[in-house]
Design a protein around this ligand. Structure first.
Ligand code: PNS
Length: 162
Protein backbone atom coordinates (compact mmCIF):
# COMPACT_ATOMS: atom_id res chain seq x y z
CA UNK A 1 0.00 0.00 0.00
CA UNK A 2 1.28 3.49 -0.78
CA UNK A 3 2.32 5.83 2.01
CA UNK A 4 -0.36 8.12 3.40
CA UNK A 5 1.16 11.57 3.46
CA UNK A 6 -0.22 14.65 5.19
CA UNK A 7 0.74 18.29 4.80
CA UNK A 8 0.79 20.42 7.95
CA UNK A 9 0.91 23.99 6.59
CA UNK A 10 1.36 27.20 8.53
CA UNK A 11 3.37 30.32 9.22
CA UNK A 12 5.29 28.74 12.13
CA UNK A 13 6.58 32.15 13.26
CA UNK A 14 7.93 30.50 15.37
CA UNK A 15 6.95 26.87 15.93
CA UNK A 16 5.41 26.34 19.41
CA UNK A 17 4.67 23.41 21.69
CA UNK A 18 1.11 23.63 20.38
CA UNK A 19 2.35 22.96 16.82
CA UNK A 20 4.52 20.09 18.07
CA UNK A 21 1.50 18.60 19.86
CA UNK A 22 -0.50 18.61 16.60
CA UNK A 23 2.49 17.26 14.67
CA UNK A 24 2.91 14.35 17.09
CA UNK A 25 -0.77 13.44 16.74
CA UNK A 26 -0.56 13.68 12.93
CA UNK A 27 2.44 11.32 12.97
CA UNK A 28 0.29 8.69 14.70
CA UNK A 29 -2.24 8.79 11.86
CA UNK A 30 -0.13 9.33 8.74
CA UNK A 31 2.97 7.51 7.46
CA UNK A 32 4.70 10.77 6.67
CA UNK A 33 4.01 14.39 7.54
CA UNK A 34 5.31 17.32 5.55
CA UNK A 35 5.50 20.60 7.42
CA UNK A 36 4.92 23.36 4.85
CA UNK A 37 6.16 26.77 5.91
CA UNK A 38 4.36 29.56 4.07
CA UNK A 39 7.05 31.89 2.75
CA UNK A 40 5.08 35.11 2.69
CA UNK A 41 2.25 35.12 5.20
CA UNK A 42 0.02 38.21 5.09
CA UNK A 43 1.32 39.21 8.52
CA UNK A 44 4.98 40.30 8.40
CA UNK A 45 6.88 37.45 10.06
CA UNK A 46 9.35 38.04 12.89
CA UNK A 47 11.59 35.22 11.65
CA UNK A 48 12.75 34.78 8.04
CA UNK A 49 11.63 31.67 6.16
CA UNK A 50 15.09 30.12 6.66
CA UNK A 51 15.00 30.86 10.40
CA UNK A 52 11.52 29.36 10.76
CA UNK A 53 12.57 26.19 8.90
CA UNK A 54 15.74 25.95 10.95
CA UNK A 55 13.83 26.28 14.24
CA UNK A 56 11.41 23.54 13.14
CA UNK A 57 14.31 21.23 12.21
CA UNK A 58 15.96 21.84 15.59
CA UNK A 59 12.67 21.09 17.39
CA UNK A 60 11.64 17.81 15.78
CA UNK A 61 12.94 14.31 16.11
CA UNK A 62 15.05 13.49 13.04
CA UNK A 63 13.54 9.98 12.79
CA UNK A 64 9.91 10.95 13.23
CA UNK A 65 8.95 10.66 9.55
CA UNK A 66 8.63 14.43 9.20
CA UNK A 67 9.89 16.55 6.30
CA UNK A 68 10.09 20.32 6.29
CA UNK A 69 9.64 22.44 3.18
CA UNK A 70 8.59 25.94 2.18
CA UNK A 71 5.93 27.07 -0.22
CA UNK A 72 4.42 30.14 -1.77
CA UNK A 73 1.03 30.05 -3.42
CA UNK A 74 -1.87 27.76 -2.73
CA UNK A 75 -1.67 25.20 0.05
CA UNK A 76 -3.61 22.63 -2.00
CA UNK A 77 -1.05 22.95 -4.82
CA UNK A 78 1.80 22.33 -2.40
CA UNK A 79 -0.14 19.42 -0.89
CA UNK A 80 -0.36 17.88 -4.35
CA UNK A 81 3.33 18.52 -5.02
CA UNK A 82 4.36 16.57 -1.90
CA UNK A 83 1.83 13.80 -2.60
CA UNK A 84 -0.36 14.58 0.41
CA UNK A 85 -3.88 13.18 0.68
CA UNK A 86 -4.72 15.45 3.59
CA UNK A 87 -4.04 18.84 5.11
CA UNK A 88 -3.67 18.82 8.89
CA UNK A 89 -4.70 21.82 10.96
CA UNK A 90 -4.86 22.31 14.70
CA UNK A 91 -7.91 23.57 16.54
CA UNK A 92 -7.64 25.19 19.95
CA UNK A 93 -10.68 27.29 20.72
CA UNK A 94 -14.01 27.86 19.01
CA UNK A 95 -12.80 31.19 17.59
CA UNK A 96 -10.31 29.23 15.44
CA UNK A 97 -13.18 27.43 13.82
CA UNK A 98 -14.66 30.17 11.63
CA UNK A 99 -11.49 30.88 9.68
CA UNK A 100 -10.55 27.20 9.48
CA UNK A 101 -14.02 26.30 8.23
CA UNK A 102 -13.76 28.93 5.49
CA UNK A 103 -10.26 27.79 4.47
CA UNK A 104 -11.33 24.16 4.41
CA UNK A 105 -14.29 24.81 2.15
CA UNK A 106 -12.18 26.92 -0.19
CA UNK A 107 -9.43 24.29 -0.29
CA UNK A 108 -12.00 21.60 -1.00
CA UNK A 109 -13.41 23.68 -3.82
CA UNK A 110 -9.90 24.15 -5.24
CA UNK A 111 -9.05 20.46 -4.93
CA UNK A 112 -11.78 18.03 -3.84
CA UNK A 113 -9.27 15.16 -3.56
CA UNK A 114 -7.43 16.74 -0.63
CA UNK A 115 -9.20 16.48 2.71
CA UNK A 116 -8.60 18.62 5.77
CA UNK A 117 -8.16 16.84 9.07
CA UNK A 118 -8.49 18.81 12.31
CA UNK A 119 -6.63 17.75 15.40
CA UNK A 120 -7.00 19.21 18.87
CA UNK A 121 -4.10 20.10 21.10
CA UNK A 122 -3.93 18.90 24.67
CA UNK A 123 -5.65 21.19 27.16
CA UNK A 124 -2.32 22.51 28.44
CA UNK A 125 -1.50 23.93 24.99
CA UNK A 126 -4.82 25.61 24.27
CA UNK A 127 -3.55 29.07 25.26
CA UNK A 128 -0.46 28.92 23.00
CA UNK A 129 -0.18 30.73 19.68
CA UNK A 130 2.88 32.13 17.93
CA UNK A 131 1.41 35.66 18.13
CA UNK A 132 0.76 35.47 21.87
CA UNK A 133 4.21 34.04 22.50
CA UNK A 134 5.86 36.92 20.65
CA UNK A 135 3.78 39.52 22.47
CA UNK A 136 4.37 38.01 25.91
CA UNK A 137 8.10 37.69 25.23
CA UNK A 138 8.32 41.28 23.97
CA UNK A 139 6.67 42.47 27.18
CA UNK A 140 9.05 40.51 29.39
CA UNK A 141 6.83 37.51 30.21
CA UNK A 142 7.97 33.89 30.58
CA UNK A 143 7.51 31.75 27.46
CA UNK A 144 9.97 28.87 28.00
CA UNK A 145 7.29 26.27 28.71
CA UNK A 146 5.35 27.21 25.57
CA UNK A 147 8.04 26.91 22.90
CA UNK A 148 10.84 24.41 22.20
CA UNK A 149 14.24 25.47 23.65
CA UNK A 150 15.61 26.51 20.23
CA UNK A 151 12.76 29.02 19.82
CA UNK A 152 13.15 30.51 23.29
CA UNK A 153 16.85 31.03 22.49
CA UNK A 154 16.07 32.47 19.04
CA UNK A 155 13.56 34.93 20.54
CA UNK A 156 16.17 36.08 23.05
CA UNK A 157 18.71 36.60 20.26
CA UNK A 158 16.21 38.34 17.97
CA UNK A 159 15.05 40.84 20.59
CA UNK A 160 18.57 41.43 21.92
CA UNK A 161 19.58 42.51 18.39
CA UNK A 162 16.62 44.85 17.77
O1 PNS B 1 -0.15 29.29 10.69
P1 PNS B 1 -1.24 30.02 9.95
O2 PNS B 1 -0.81 31.46 9.70
O3 PNS B 1 -2.56 29.92 10.65
O4 PNS B 1 -1.38 29.28 8.53
C1 PNS B 1 -2.27 29.78 7.56
C2 PNS B 1 -2.08 29.05 6.20
C3 PNS B 1 -0.63 29.11 5.76
C4 PNS B 1 -2.51 27.62 6.35
C5 PNS B 1 -3.01 29.77 5.18
O5 PNS B 1 -2.79 31.14 5.23
C6 PNS B 1 -2.80 29.28 3.76
O6 PNS B 1 -3.18 28.17 3.43
N1 PNS B 1 -2.13 30.12 2.93
C7 PNS B 1 -1.74 29.77 1.58
C8 PNS B 1 -2.62 30.45 0.55
C9 PNS B 1 -3.85 29.62 0.25
O7 PNS B 1 -3.80 28.46 -0.09
N2 PNS B 1 -5.01 30.27 0.41
C10 PNS B 1 -6.28 29.60 0.16
C11 PNS B 1 -6.77 28.84 1.40
S1 PNS B 1 -8.13 29.70 1.97
Amino acid sequence: MSERIALYPGSFDPITRGHLDILQRACLIFDRVFIGVLQNPSKTPLFTTEERVDLIRQSIDADAGVDVGTFDGLTVDYAQTVGAVAIVRGLRVTSDFENEFQMTLMNRRLNPDIHTVFLMTSFSNVFISSSIIKEVFRLGGRIDDAVPPACAEALRRKFAKD
